[in-house]
Unconditional design. Structure first.
Lengths: 311, 342
């Protein structure tokens, strides 16, 4: 050890862990809603990168991060609208359309970036932090956990909101039924297509918001392919969490902490292959969620387009 | 029967030689494939600019296929070969499996990176370049200018070119001042476009005490730049950034200390010459301080007398008075960091 592990450094590592976790949390929660409703949303990476681009453009030209988050969410929803139209309404293959959307959006945003920003590479100023009184004064943990942008706290609060929706509202029941027994939901007089469309659009909004946070706060800029697979990690979290929002939060945080841990191990000068160190986040999340999240199950009709009257 | 067999073999060998000579003689166009846009003030831009310059100098056409990402480029390679490219430069370490495959399939020579053992005469050349001499000077510069006595290295992967520069940078720091600590962190196995990861890791190194960051990262280097622009050093002062390969001066906000700038044009020109001379794929290529294909960027942040000292060191490297050997192996690089930081 090198004596480098000061309070400031440990605080920065934890701060970085939370910052890295938030886009995954938002994407994972979004994906979870889609999956609950029976739609396997492989296009979430495309929704995230569209959200990142739209969010950055919104924030850059307006000077407001919040407007950026709004445009990011709308950008994600616009992609989700295409997904809903093709997969929910027309019943096309969800995996094929999802991959096509992701590849298409990666290309489109790279092209738009080329024309707009590839000579100037504008960067946003550092995001303002919302400081939680008293708690932010706790050594190490305080600055790391309680001096973030307001969206971070809202994203964590969203976990509670989603849990309430799933457990205590009619919408939650409808979503569950749309994924498990869509025909039964239909018989009960609830429009399955509408329920699934709402879920996919919400997913797009949340993924877009996650992308916007990644670009505007996480990086402070937009470059092509900036999401770097974060959407796919969101899918993994949602699949492993199997319907429980709290496990998406735990998974995302664990992933972020492990990312920071890899940095700490390298700074400490531990000479083991970086590839091994970098496997840590993926391994840790998989082990944790397989061990603790296995009781829940995935929806029976996941990935299957609903067609009224079809057997 | 034996006579017929000998004749057939001779005919095949002769045909191969004639065909090979025909490939060797004709270079009508070259193509370059890059994972990101050739406007990144770094690896991709230097590659594209060099291909244009080399093609112009040789009087051949150049085809640019940029922003291809880090996935499968086989379809693009086939298309470029079908379009008549005489040489395809696969300008990303992620392409060094696909490119030789397509070279064999389409019988079009390719140039790849980070695979020195992958040479195949007439078909596959490797141009694993290293600006280690420049990185050594950057290390000397960083050690001279660090206020905290700690500098950081952030990389978005560990390809051989970057390993050699990381090692040389650390050696330069140690040679200048053994008391200066060097911290080292990789964002991810291939996090070339992970700007958020670049920012996060750079912020962590700054928090650990580094006030100068040596960053190697394609698109992720913009995240590193953002981190030094928005994070203060431990003493409340500026954190400076030393870039590699390209020159980010046009987009700098006053935090760019220097850059180990590469000029790849001589390498691509040599490839075209090798194709014409039928020596393509028989050797690798290099860049260095001697012919200015590697240069340390001068910025206003460097005091004049410090720059003079660095230029004197440059002369010593060129003359051989100072030896800087490339270290390509990642484990050796990490071992060096460990010893430096202790």
């Amino acid at each position: 050890m090198t004596g480098l592990f000061s309070e400031v450094f440990l605080g920065a590592l934890l701060f970085g862990a939370v910052t890295a976790a938030i886009p995954l949390l938002l994407a994972g929660l979004g994906e979870q809603m889609s999956e609950k409703a029976g739609v396997l949303n492989i296009g979430i990476e495309g929704m995230m990168i569209c959200g990142a681009y739209c969010g950055f453009v919104g924030a850059f030209y307006s000077g407001s991060l919040w407007l950026g988050f709004l445009t990011g969410a709308l950008g994600g929803m616009a992609v989700a609208l295409v997904m809903a139209l093709l997969c929910v309404r027309l019943g096309l293959n969800q995996i094929v359309i999802g991959i096509a959307l992701t590849l298409g959006l990666e290309g489109l945003t790279a092209l738009l970036h080329h024309f707009q920003f590839s000579r100037s590479y504008p960067r946003l100023p550092a995001a303002d932090a919302t400081v939680i009184p008293v708690l932010s004064d706790i050594p190490v943990l305080g600055p790391a956990l309680f001096k973030h942008h307001l969206l971070v706290y809202l994203a964590v609060a969203l976990v509670v909101v989603m849990s309430i929706i799933y457990r205590r509202t009619q919408l939650g029941l409808n979503l569950q039924a749309a994924g498990d027994k869509p025909a039964a939901l239909d018989v009960a007089g609830v429009d399955v297509m509408r329920t699934r469309t709402i879920a996919v659009l919400t997913t797009g909004g949340m993924a877009g918001l996650g992308g916007a946070y990644l670009a505007n706060v996480g990086a402070g800029l937009f470059i092509p392919f900036i999401t770097n697979g974060a959407g796919f990690l969101g899918i993994v979290l949602a699949m492993l969490a199997r319907g429980r929002p709290i496990w998406v939060l735990f998974g995302a945080l664990l992933f972020g902490i492990c990312l920071s841990l890899t940095t700490a191990m390298q700074v400490a000068g531990i000479n083991i292959p970086t590839d091994v160190i970098q496997m840590l986040p993926f391994l840790a999340v998989m082990i944790m969620l397989v061990l603790f999240g296995r009781r829940a199950s995935l929806p029976a009709a996941l990935g299957i387009p609903y067609e009224r009257g079809a057997r | 029967m034996l006579k017929h067999l000998k004749s057939s073999v001779s005919a095949v060998l002769l045909g191969t030689f004639v065909l090979g000579s025909a490939y060797a003689a004709e270079v009508k166009s070259i193509a370059i494939l890059t994972p990101e846009e050739g406007t990144d003030y770094g690896w991709n831009q230097q590659g594209v600019d060099a291909a244009k310059a080399a093609a112009e100098a040789a009087g051949v056409e150049v085809i640019i296929a940029q922003g291809l990402g880090y996935g499968d480029v086989r379809p693009t390679l086939r298309e470029l070969a079908g379009d008549g490219a005489s040489l395809m430069i696969a300008h990303a370490s992620g392409y060094n499996t696909a490119a030789p495959e397509i070279a064999k399939e389409m019988k079009v020579p390719v140039a790849i990176v980070d695979t020195p053992a992958g040479l195949e005469k007439g078909l596959v050349a490797d141009y694993t370049l290293s600006g280690h001499e420049g990185a050594y000077l950057a290390g000397r510069l960083a050690a001279k200018m660090s206020r905290s006595g700690q500098v950081g290295i952030v990389v978005s992967g560990e390809p051989p070119s970057w390993n050699s520069q990381s090692a040389a940078f650390a050696e330069g720091v140690k040679a200048e001042n053994p008391e200066v600590k060097v911290t080292y962190a990789v964002i991810g196995p291939a996090a070339y476009s992970d700007a958020a990861g670049g920012k996060r890791v750079t912020e962590s190194l700054i928090a650990s005490g580094a006030d100068i960051i040596f960053g190697q990262g394609n698109g992720s280097s913009f995240g590193m730049l953002q981190a030094v622009e928005t994070t203060k050093a431990g003493d409340g002062g500026k954190v400076y950034f030393i870039d590699v390969i390209g020159d980010k001066t046009p987009i700098d906000k006053g935090f760019l200390l220097s850059s180990v700038v590469w000029n790849i044009t001589p390498v691509y020109s040599a490839m075209i010459a090798d194709l014409k001379a039928d020596t393509f794929g028989s050797h690798g290529y290099s860049i260095g301080l001697k012919d200015d294909s590697v240069k340390l960027l001068k910025t206003d942040a460097i005091p004049a007398e410090t720059w003079t000292e660095i230029m004197a060191l440059r002369d010593d490297v060129i003359s051989g008075k100072i030896k800087v050997e490339p270290i390509y192996d990642a484990a050796a690089v990490r071992a060096l960091m460990t010893s430096v930081s202790e």
